[in-house]
Design a protein around this ligand. Structure first.
Ligand code: ABU
Length: 393
């Protein structure tokens, strides 16, 4: 086995980083990435952690079940292939998930799910933090085994460099008791009343998080408390990452009543600049860390899809518009029809690469969700030298 590493400058110190797995933030120059695939995708089943609905259908209309149509899969795969071509033309090595039978049911001692979902969104499951790959526990039953299509790749990376660390976070039971009864039926007024308590469909008793609730800022990992990440999940991340020198910073967006994954809400584009969601401001006070460290928070423009124009089976919000993928500190891939966002990015001195991606939306994400970056050129910098971080006691 070789022992591949390179030495890079991180602030005023030198740091050895792996040549195989190395990614500390969302914007360093990209070298290797996994792009999802719609092959074998199924409709997401109704379960305690998810109540999918057909957009604009009368209440009670049943959501489809079983495999997605071949046409829908082909349409999404064509756009994913377009992203692959673009990335390769920029010199990025692209990897893909292994085939997986998502029509298989899942049965554990604690639950059953009629089928699984898809491998379109590796971001939800997998995260690279420095030289470490973490597989998230996940929050939904149909996604319990979603790490499987990435295992061959993980073994390849792990075998290629002894510096690579691989962690699977503890799996929660996903038993009925892990979920809060009634959450999906709360009337809007009740959600409004409860919006500052951040209580969602998962309870606080077991470790729950999806990887896509984290955003990487070098030594700082910003993590959203949401329907898919609870406080026990954030505690686990703190206990796991703090001894390695990371600071885990919980954030909250009280006006998002169904928060799931931070990458349509708070999207760092380069050091000192975060794209923010005007409908989902940070909890009062949480902006101070960013402002005290000279970060600028810039609101994304209104998406070009109103909520009504999103694909009928898409469970995500119109803010998939801001789910961009950075391939360098001044290079951003953006959905082709999102002209207002592209204009903003040009004004902010980015090189913008538009690609069509709307047919991927019904699989739960756009460009950031549909990818998992494995290697970027860069080291673990401190972008928040000015802070009073409270580590776990
Ligand atoms: N998977 C990201 C979806 C986030 C949103 O709907 O805003």
């Amino acid at each position: 086995m070789t022992n591949p590493f390179r030495t890079l400058k991180a602030g005023n110190r030198m740091q050895q980083v792996s040549e195989v797995v190395n990614s500390w933030n969302e914007w360093d120059p990209l070298e290797e990435i996994v792009v999802g695939s719609a092959d074998g995708a199924n409709f997401e089943p109704t379960e305690p952690g998810n109540r999918p609905q057909i957009r604009n259908a009368p209440p009670g209309t049943p959501f489809p079940s079983g495999p997605k149509s071949a046409e829908a899969v082909d349409r999404a795969n064509e756009e994913l292939a377009g992203l692959v071509s673009l990335l390769e033309s920029e010199g990025v090595r692209v990897r893909r998930p292994a085939p997986h039978d998502f029509s298989q049911s899942v049965r554990t001692p604690d639950f059953e799910a009629a089928n699984q979902y898809c491998a379109v969104c590796p971001r939800d499951v997998m995260i690279t933090i420095g030289n470490e790959i973490i597989e998230a526990p996940m929050s939904r039953r149909s996604r319990y085994f979603e790490f499987q299509p990435y295992r061959e790749l993980v073994y390849e990376y792990w075998n290629a460099d002894p510096r690579v660390v691989w962690t699977t976070a503890p799996k929660p039971s996903m038993a009925d008791k892990m979920y809060r009864d009634g959450f999906w039926d709360w009337p809007l007024a009740e959600r409004h009343e409860r919006m500052h308590s951040f209580e969602f469909c998962v309870t606080q008793d077991e470790v729950v998080f999806d990887a896509a609730d984290m955003s990487r800022f070098g030594r700082d990992i910003v993590v959203q408390e949401s329907m898919t990440t609870n406080r026990a999940g954030i505690s686990w991340l703190k206990r796991h990452l703090e001894p390695k020198g990371f600071r885990v910073r919980p954030v909250h967006f009280p006006l998002d009543f169904f928060p799931s994954h931070i990458d349509c809400t708070f999207v760092p584009l380069r050091p000192g600049l975060v794209l923010t969601n005007p409908d989902r401001p940070l909890r009062e006070g949480e902006e101070k860390l960013f402002l005290a460290n000279d970060w600028e928070l810039v609101d994304a423009p209104e998406p070009t899809t109103g909520n009504d124009e999103m694909p009928e089976f898409c469970q995500s919000s119109k803010w998939l518009s801001m789910n961009v993928l950075s391939i360098g500190p001044n290079k951003v891939i953006c959905e082709q029809q999102e002209k207002p966002l592209q204009e903003l990015l040009y004004k902010l001195d980015f090189e913008v690469f538009p690609v069509p991606f709307r047919n991927v939306f019904e699989y739960g994400g756009s460009l950031h969700c549909a990818t998992w970056d494995v290697r970027r050129v860069g080291a673990g910098e401190d972008y928040f030298p000015n802070s009073d971080y409270q580590p776990l006691a």
